[in-house]
Write a protein that binds this ligand. Structure first.
Ligand SMILES: C[S@@+](CC[C@H](N)C(=O)[O-])C[C@H]1O[C@@H](n2cnc3c(N)ncnc32)[C@H](O)[C@@H]1O
Length: 288
């Protein structure tokens, strides 16, 4: 185990939390009467710790295992409806116990690594809940999914476990792509096609995807709407997140300009997640 650390002014705390959101191995400690903070990120390998130093400065050192238990609470498993339990646990005995205690749920194992999407962030868990709903409406049909900005691969893994026939996952961060591919294998969903791809430069296939998942940030979503609209097949379900409540109006009005609408909007803390589709399909849908 390695630890990356850096001192920062406490006014930047929000920015650091957002940068590492979803990674439960970040510990922020206030110093000197609250004016400064010490950031520590616990990493599985030297390579990961060095990658953080290269990106954000600071320093990395090896951690003796005794320190690890003292400073970091192991992330708690996250339950998603009655469908999934997300866990960082990789030890076979502990995994077996978790499986036994949650016999009716599928286990998704995502160890903490330097990629977003361990399930404990509001955006990931809300996307997963909506995905479970979508998966159930599509049960026994042949549906495809595109997971744009896949991070750890968690959404594509869940979609595959829910029975999708085809899953494409991409991220522009090569590190995330490697993590997602590893997690797909680990969770016996290695049929997921994981690619290094910038969503903004992506050319989706003509027939599109039945379900498109995009937990990206507001600025990326606004720029990506034309691509996202093209990637969604007629009658498709779109789940988006990563939207700060303060930016949601801009994000949704920009989506409408590309024929996309969201009848279901969920706010959790400062984050907004939404489920929608092509406005044309929503308007022409039969009354409930
Ligand atoms: C908020 S995380 C979501 C991760 C995961 N899908 C989840 O739901 O937890 C956003 C991910 O999108 C990726 N990303 C951001 N901008 C992107 C872009 N233009 N093209 C591809 N990936 C992008 C980031 O590298 C990051 O892994």
């Amino acid at each position: 185990m390695y630890v990356w650390s850096k001192l920062s002014n406490s006014q930047w705390i929000d920015a650091w939390e957002e940068r590492f959101s979803g990674n439960s191995n970040l510990v922020i400690e206030y110093l000197k009467g609250g004016k400064s903070v010490r950031l520590r990120l616990f990493c599985e390998s030297k390579k990961e710790a060095d990658a953080v130093v290269e990106r954000f400065g600071g320093s990395a050192r090896k951690l003796v295992s005794a320190d690890w238990n003292k400073v970091v609470e192991p992330p708690k498993p996250v339950k998603i409806r009655d469908a999934f339990v997300l866990t960082a646990e990789t030890r076979p005995k502990e995994l077996a116990a978790l499986k036994k205690a949650n016999a009716k749920r599928d286990l998704i194992v995502i160890p903490p690594e330097m990629a977003f999407g361990t399930g404990d962030h509001a955006t990931t868990s809300t996307c997963l809940r909506l995905l479970v709903d979508v998966g159930r409406t599509r049960k026994n049909t042949k549906w495809s999914v595109a997971d744009l900005g896949t991070g750890t691969g968690v959404l594509a893994i869940a979609a595959t476990k829910l029975g999708c026939a085809e899953a494409y996952a991409c991220d522009f961060d090569p590190f995330a792509v490697a993590v997602a591919a590893r997690n797909a294998e680990r969770n016996e969903t290695s049929e997921i096609v994981v690619k290094e791809q910038d969503v903004l430069k992506w050319k989706p296939r003509k027939k599109g995807y039945d379900v498109v998942l995009a937990n990206l940030f507001s600025t990326v979503l606004i720029e990506a709407w034309p691509v996202i609209a093209r990637s969604l097949a007629p009658g498709g379900d779109l789940i988006v997140s990563g939207i700060l409540a303060t930016q949601a109006w801009d994000v949704f009005t920009a989506a409408a300009e590309h024929g996309i609408g969201f009848p279901q909007v969920i706010k959790k803390g400062k984050w907004v997640t939404a489920r929608g589709g092509h406005l044309k399909d929503l308007i022409e849908a039969p009354d409930l």
